[in-house]
Ligand binder design. Structure first.
Ligand code: XMP
Length: 553
């Protein structure tokens, strides 16, 4: 996380109860903010150093201090600003956050001889407010060596655990609460209840953060931001750009034009699905740029993975920019597109030049991107590589980012709320360069793309039929540049090998290969060699990440 203080992701004037999570560097800090939102309370994750004045400015109903790797008594450890305890709202410390509260308030915090990592048992001695209604013994998830030995003066010790004399305490009068365990992880079954009690009963939050409210608020905010300006949105077929586009369309209708660049490396029927959903179902003005030939000709003879990525990524931006420039210069022009492409236009794309002061670009930025980048300034300069339509070389758009405050699961909830088809809401991640980085070790050709598309379609169909699609982070096929000998119908064959890659993961940083049932694998392999003529061998990738990456290139 950067040192900058992120600007609020919701405008001040919105009347939504908020709880601030201060991040002390814990592994699960983002998860705390997500769990708070799942309880129905808007929550922002801020770096711990933002300062009490900044927290006060956001007027939260409560503050949560996250876990973190430091020791409260070590030199240079992140400290607690006393002013945070004087905001007049309850404070809940989790793990390091609890140790910090305890240390600051004069309790004994020291390293234990033995750390407490993983599953532990909590024994409640006094339910107090925080643990009201919970069982006297319960499993909890721990990850600490430093331990709180006494409750701070004036506070009540609520519970102990296998290795922690004080695993929870509260001082109702001062509004100070601490828990040593992690309520945000699924291995703490009463964790969500503890958070709910804190938010509803201790902080008095209204619990009104929901997908329906989010959608309504975002639509209102988009209208305020863009007035009668013209907006362009790049659609990829993924859930983020789809939800962002639909929200904008709900807000300002045909002021929006979506641009879908078909680079020819999409999966079977994917481009058609985007066209059907947006243009026929939702009646969103849509420009489809058929750039398949342009991409393939640029990729001819290229085999090196990084070179492929650079060409696909670079071309993609150029084609999008060129089309966006054409749109703001005077509306869409069916037929002739940017060089090497053809353009199809559906719906009422606005004609005539856009007001240069009112040109907007939709981006599907998510809250996790905002946290990682430490803010962002809300303006995008699209550099035009060619001088298009007499426009200046640099086109400046103001960004519209309707998902900026949302986590991925909230984006899906909003998508469902506004009627996006289930298939698009739950689409597995698909890389920008598409099938291009799944044809490995050789040149990308139309023939190989067609083979891979057919195999991939069989895989997806069978995985969906087995009810496993949502459980997998990704499932796809890879086509190495390898042929092997086989025998089919009494004849020797010399055909292509296709590999199945299916992984489970939470965030793509690490992944495990999915243990797909043998029967399912058998069905998939049988169909591939039976239905796709050139394929005579199917293999399964059983590498986790690390050491492998999810994609092969
Ligand atoms: P790896 O292969 O690095 O992938 O384990 C991690 C995640 O990122 C996706 N991925 C990409 N996404 N453009 C994208 O938009 C890319 O160039 C790209 N390369 C990998 C990959 O599918 C996985 O979800």
């Amino acid at each position: 996380m950067s040192d900058a203080t992120p600007p609020p992701v919701l405008p001040d004037r919105l009347d939504v109860d908020e709880v601030v999570v201060l991040d002390f560097g814990g592994q699960y800090s983002q998860l705390i903010a997500r769990r708070v939102r799942e309880c129905g309370v808007f929550s922002e994750l801020l770096p711990h150093h933002v300062g009490a004045a900044e927290v006060r400015r956001r007027a939260p109903r409560g503050v949560i201090l996250s876990g973190g790797p430091a020791s409260v008594y070590a030199d240079g450890a992140p400290a607690l600003e006393r002013e945070l305890l004087e905001l007049g709202v309850p404070v809940l410390g989790i793990c390091y956050g609890m140790q910090l509260l305890a240390h600051e308030l004069g309790a004994r915090v020291e390293a234990a001889d033995v750390g407490e990592y993983g599953r532990s048992e909590l024994t409640v001695v006094e339910h107090g407010r925080l643990l009201a209604g919970q069982p006297e013994t319960q499993p909890v998830w721990m990850s600490h060596r430093d331990t709180v030995y006494t409750a701070p003066p004036g506070a009540v010790a609520l519970a102990s655990s296998t290795a922690s004399p004080v695993a929870a305490f509260e001082d109702v009068e001062r509004g100070i609460y601490g828990i040593q365990y992690h309520p945000e992880v699924v291995h703490t079954p009463y964790g969500q209840q503890t958070l709910m009690t804190f938010l509803r009963d201790v902080c008095g939050c209204a619990m009104d953060w929901s997908a329906a409210n989010i959608a309504e608020e975002q639509i209102r905010l988009i209208r305020e931001q863009v007035g009668d300006g013209r907006i362009v949105c790049g659609l990829s077929g993924g859930v983020d750009s789809s939800v962002a586009a639909l929200l904008v369309h709900r807000a300002v209708g045909d002021q929006l034009t979506c641009v879908y660049v078909d680079h020819g490396m999409m999966r079977k029927d994917e481009s058609e699905q985007v066209r059907r959903t947006f243009s026929e179902h939702f009646h969103v003005p849509l420009v489809v740029v058929d750039a398949r030939e342009r991409f393939l000709s640029r990729l001819a003879g290229v085999t090196e993975p990084e070179a492929k990525r650079k060409i696909i990524g670079g071309e993609f931006i150029r084609v999008f920019e060129e089309e966006a420039a054409r749109l703001v210069a005077g509306g869409a022009d069916p037929g002739s597109g940017p060089e090497g492409t053809t353009v199809e236009v559906a719906g009422d794309v606005p004609a005539g030049p856009a007001d240069p002061g009112a040109r907007f670009l939709v981006q599907g930025t998510l809250y996790s991107d905002v946290i990682e980048s430490g803010g962002g300034n809300g303006a995008a300069t699209i550099k035009s590589h060619h001088n298009v339509g007499g426009l200046p070389d640099d086109l400046t758009f103001e960004l519209v980012e309707p998902l900026r405050a949302l986590f991925k699961d909230e984006v899906r909830a909003v998508g469902t709320e506004i009627g996006l088809p289930e298939r698009m809401v739950w689409r597995q991640p698909f890389p920008g360069p598409g099938l291009g980085i799944r044809i490995v070790g050789g040149e990308i050709t139309e023939a190989k793309l067609a083979l891979l598309r057919e195999c991939d379609a069989i895989l997806q169909e069978e995985i969906r039929a087995a009810g496993l699609y949502r459980e997998l982070w990704q499932s796809f096929c890879v086509l190495p540049d390898v042929r092997t000998v086989g025998v089919q119908g009494d004849e020797r064959t010399y055909g292509h090998v296709v590999a199945i890659r299916a992984v489970t993961s939470d965030d793509a940083m690490t992944a495990d290969w999915a243990r797909l049932p043998y029967d399912l694998l058998d069905r998939i392999a049988g169909r591939m060699v039976g239905e796709v003529r050139e394929i005579n061998r199917v293999v399964l990738d059983i590498t986790s990440k690390p050491p492998g990456t999810i994609e092969w290139e």
